[in-house]
Design a protein around this ligand. Structure first.
Ligand SMILES: NC(=O)c1ccc[n+]([C@@H]2O[C@H](COP(=O)([O-])OP(=O)(O)OC[C@H]3O[C@@H](n4cnc5c(N)ncnc54)[C@H](OP(=O)(O)O)[C@@H]3O)[C@@H](O)[C@H]2O)c1
Length: 313
């Protein structure tokens, strides 16, 4: 089968031929029809999980995907022919979703596809959707709160903006001018252009009292320390990039949360329900063939995402 894989940590991903994996007990072989690209994929290729998970090379990249069950091992959770989607975690076996086939294992957050859901949408939902729900819960986003979303225009940011606004929060989204309209469509009350003046100055100008919650998908430690000054006492700062020092924030009466969640079928089910209600939405920026995945990874590394890249093996 064709797959996009790396030969060692830090290697450039390349399209290659690899054997179709065989499903073991409890597993299903899935013919991948759409795979979602996440920054996590190239971070894993760079070694993000090397201290916590064994790596197997060649390592096929990709965790999010949707497809059709093609063969099953004994006691598999899905029958042959079932359409499934979710977050597949194959790093210890070198498996991923940037391939014609992958394996759904019992520990994966994989579900049957809801009726009417398209493969493209199914491939975009797992990691961004589950992260958005986990972060909105952790940050206690609710009606009456003012929430600044930093990195709002990307894969996780878009569902966060929609979810927070549907929960009744007043959302301020960072966006370059080309994405300001999209942020308002998703429910942002205001946008601030992070390519212009200091965010702190722009926000203080209209909101001298600051904000209740910051959801930050991009900042490093130094940038997060600056932004924390925007939070009111008792505020919450949540980061997906592990930029926070919760002890230092606590001294400023701010609760800091570096987001770490376990992808589960139950969490993915919540994402499906929220998407069906229109409470969570993720835009697709581009659909590309498998052979173009290395170039798409390079673009993701360079930044500037406007939604999801979906790979069609
Ligand atoms: N901890 C976890 O469990 C977890 C889970 C999922 C994702 N993550 C991490 O969360 C991060 C975001 O993921 P993603 O999928 O949303 O990434 P993405 O799709 O690449 O989007 C990033 C967005 O941030 C914007 N951006 C870049 N620099 C910015 C800045 N200084 N201020 C405001 N916006 C800025 C980019 O637009 P411009 O370039 O136009 O500014 C882009 O739209 C990644 O680092 C990912 O690895 C962590």
């Amino acid at each position: 089968m064709r797959a996009v894989a790396i030969s060692e940590l830090g290697a450039t991903p390349v399209p290659t031929n690899l054997p179709v994996p065989e499903p073991g007990p409890g597993e299903a072989l899935v013919r991948v029809i759409a795979a979602g690209l996440n920054p996590m994929d190239w971070k894993i290729a760079d070694g993000l999980l090397k201290d916590s998970v064994p790596y197997h090379f060649p390592l096929i990249l990709g965790q999010d995907g949707a497809g059709v069950v093609d063969a099953v091992g004994e006691d598999a959770a899905f029958p042959v022919g079932e359409q499934v989607f979710g977050r597949f975690f194959g790093v210890p076996r070198g498996l991923g979703t940037y391939a014609e086939y992958t394996i759904a294992a019992p520990d994966d957050a994989v579900l049957p596809m809801p009726e009417g859901m398209l493969y493209t949408q199914a491939a975009t939902l797992p990691t961004p959707g589950m992260t958005a729900v986990a972060i909105a819960d952790a940050a206690e986003v609710e009606a009456g709160r003012t929430v600044l979303v930093v990195g709002a225009t990307g894969g996780v940011g878009q569902p966060v903006v929609r979810l927070a606004s549907r929960r009744g929060a007043t959302v301020i989204a960072t966006a370059r001018p080309d994405m300001a309209g999209r942020m308002r469509e998703l429910g942002a009350a205001e946008t601030v252009d992070h390519g212009e003046d200091e965010l702190n100055d722009q926000i203080r100008e209209h909101r001298p009292d600051g904000v209740d919650v910051i959801i930050d998908l991009v900042s490093d430690r130094a940038a997060a320390e600056r932004l924390a000054a925007l939070l009111r006492p008792g505020g919450v700062y949540a980061s997906t990039t592990w930029a926070l020092n919760p002890d230092a924030l606590e001294a400023q009466d701010i609760r800091g949360v570096n987001i770490d969640y376990t992808p589960t079928p139950d969490l993915l089910r919540r994402v499906v329900e929220l998407a069906a209600e229109g409470d969570l939405e993720i835009g697709v920026e581009e659909e590309i063939p498998l052979e173009e995945a290395p170039a798409a990874i390079a673009r993701s590394r360079a930044g500037g995402a406007r939604g999801k890249t979906v790979i069609r093996p």
